[in-house]
Design a protein around this ligand. Structure first.
Ligand code: CMP
Length: 227
């Protein structure tokens, strides 16, 4: 069963430390929005209406060229937030955000968000921490695009999604819901055809096992990458 809004917000990155009565107030402010797969929550350059928290599902943060070529900057899952940048710098949306699977998000309006960060330094601190982490990831993605070949970028991509969204199964394997080949291609700057070819190669070498919509990686790969 889908947990109530208060429980979902209490599990989120930003609001976990709020007191009970503050959570009640926040739950009353939050508006739910259901999205179908591939539905946009907002588009780049739109004027911002609020901060969003993912309750269930997964979204991609992306930019598109005029020829329609897409670059995926990040994917965000349950408990993660987006839409804070335009509220903080008073500029239009810096990227588009699109549901990758059927998704539920909660929106907190701009004024409520500003009041929350002014009255709760712990929320402001967590926000800054997450912005730093995202900047680190963006730097790593830039480094990867500039310095690694496509095989290296694909390997790094799988390790990153396993670290961020993977479920450690306890039997030496990590499970991740596999994005489409097109979304992988848009994250690592290559074509869908190249991803399909590289995926077959990774499977043949036993580095990734694919079953249905899931991919499985050996847990030790995550540790090796950190060393
Ligand atoms: P905003 O600019 O309001 O709308 C787009 C949102 O995407 C942005 O706020 C952030 O929440 C998110 N976003 C933009 N760039 C990145 C990135 N590199 N990594 C993760 N999230 C991002």
């Amino acid at each position: 069963m889908f947990p109530p809004v208060k429980e979902l917000l209490a599990r989120s990155q930003l609001f976990a430390d709020l007191a009970e009565h503050e959570m009640d107030a926040l739950a009353r402010m939050a508006e739910a929005k259901e999205l179908a797969r591939d539905q946009a929550i907002f588009a780049v350059n739109e004027n911002p209406d609020g901060l969003y928290v993912v309750a269930a599902g997964r979204v991609k943060v992306c930019l598109s060229s005029v020829e329609g070529k897409e670059l995926i900057l990040a994917t965000l899952g349950p408990g993660q937030f987006f839409g804070e940048m335009a509220l903080l710098d008073d500029e239009p949306r810096s990227a588009s955000v699109i549901a990758q699977v059927p998704t539920t998000v909660y929106r907190i309006r701009r004024d409520d968000f500003h009041r929350l960060i002014e009255t709760h330094p712990s929320i402001a601190r967590k926000l800054l921490r997450e912005l730093s982490l995202r900047l680190r990831r963006a730097n790593a993605q830039m480094e990867s695009l500039a310095t690694l070949d496509v095989v290296g970028r694909m390997a790094r991509y799988f390790i990153d999604i396993a670290k961020q969204h993977g479920q450690i199964l306890g039997n030496g394997w990590v499970a991740v819901r596999r994005p489409t080949h097109q979304d992988i291609a848009s994250s690592i700057g290559t074509s869908r055809e190249t991803v399909t070819r590289l995926m077959a190669d990774l499977e043949q070498r036993g580095l990734v096992v694919n079953e249905g919509r899931m991919s499985y990686l050996r847990e030790e790969v995550l540790r090796e990458e950190r060393e």
